[in-house]
Design a protein around this ligand. Structure first.
Ligand code: AMP
Length: 295
């Protein structure tokens, strides 16, 4: 029996990426990607589910799908808590984007960087307005882009929920009125944002490039995971993610930017605790609460 099995639990990281027109690294257009960390017992059905998901994505019919399975020593997996979740009553892109900027500023992002990030996602952050496979890394003070590859970005990978936390989160999201696809999207985005916060991102802005999914978010340790319905018009294929870094600090600690990218992409993380999932709140009321909290 090897080292990993002796500990009782063997875990597998399962990653999927799909593209149209060949693999991503040969110019294929990104269609979808997903991350799981599961026990051996769940491995087969997870691989099958991710393959099926790649093949029925709204962004197109992929001709390249890669599913990667890696064993990870259970002892190497960090167990973390998810950020608390709240939904604001935003309805139209202009309003939701204005609120997103205000939230980012409340989390410590400079106004110039918050503006730049919203404009970047609105235009499509990849080359010539395309979708990226990963996230933009942005200097929270200046708005300067820091990711080494602007087509690929940085992918937050090797993150998932343990089954009990996943069930609790899904039940809590349903109690707040989310259904079907919206539950999956919120769950997955919350996992990425919670890992990014744990690794050390100051804040994050995201909305989907899926033309049918129009709820975006701002997340930060200081404010939680804040859902922003209607941040883009239905039918719009532009979207992405921006992770804000306190860049001055980042380059001085733990291997600098390369070390941080390595942890975002490689450190295996299981979300073992779920925070509060609050009711919908009017945006101004939530922002006012942050200002009071600051005082
Ligand atoms: P989605 O929310 O899945 O529609 O993804 C929207 C955008 O977020 C994608 O086009 C990517 O730019 C980015 N993205 C998706 N998955 C990840 C990830 N695991 N890590 C970083 N960025 C991601």
């Amino acid at each position: 029996m090897d080292e990993e099995r002796r500990g009782g639990q063997v875990l597998y990281s399962v990653r999927m990426r799909a593209a149209q027109g060949g693999p991503h690294e040969r110019g294929g257009r990104h269609v979808s990607g997903a991350e799981r960390i599961v026990t051996e017992e769940r491995l087969h059905r997870t691989v099958r589910a991710l393959l099926e998901r790649a093949r029925r994505h709204a962004r197109g019919d992929p001709d390249f799908v890669q599913v990667t399975v890696e064993r990870v020593p259970a002892g190497a997996v960090a167990r973390i808590a998810a950020l608390p979740v709240v939904t604001l009553g935003t309805g139209a892109p202009d309003e939701a984007r204005r609120v997103a900027r205000a939230l980012l500023e409340a989390a410590g992002v400079a106004p110039v960087a918050a503006r730049e990030a919203v404009a970047l996602l609105a235009a499509g952050p990849g080359p010539a307005g395309t979708a990226m496979r990963g996230a933009v890394l942005m200097d929270a003070a200046t708005g300067e882009r820091l990711e080494p590859d602007r087509g690929r970005g940085v992918r937050v990978t090797r993150v998932d929920y343990d089954p009990a936390a996943r069930r609790r989160l899904e039940a809590a999201l349903r109690r707040r009125g989310l259904r079907g696809e919206a539950v999956r999207r919120a769950r997955e985005a919350l996992a990425l944002a919670s890992k990014a916060a744990w690794v050390g991102a100051l804040a994050e802005l995201g909305w989907s490039d899926d033309p049918g999914y129009t709820t975006g978010y701002v997340a930060a340790p200081a404010i939680g995971y804040v859902r922003l319905p209607g941040i883009k018009e239905a039918g719009d294929c532009r979207g992405g993610r921006v992770l804000f870094l306190a860049a001055g600090e980042t380059v001085r600690v733990d291997g600098g930017l390369a070390g941080l990218i390595g942890r975002l992409e490689e450190a295996p993380v299981l979300i073992a605790a779920v925070g509060r999932v609050g009711p919908a709140v009017p945006p101004e009321e939530f922002l006012e609460g942050l200002r009071v909290g600051d005082a």
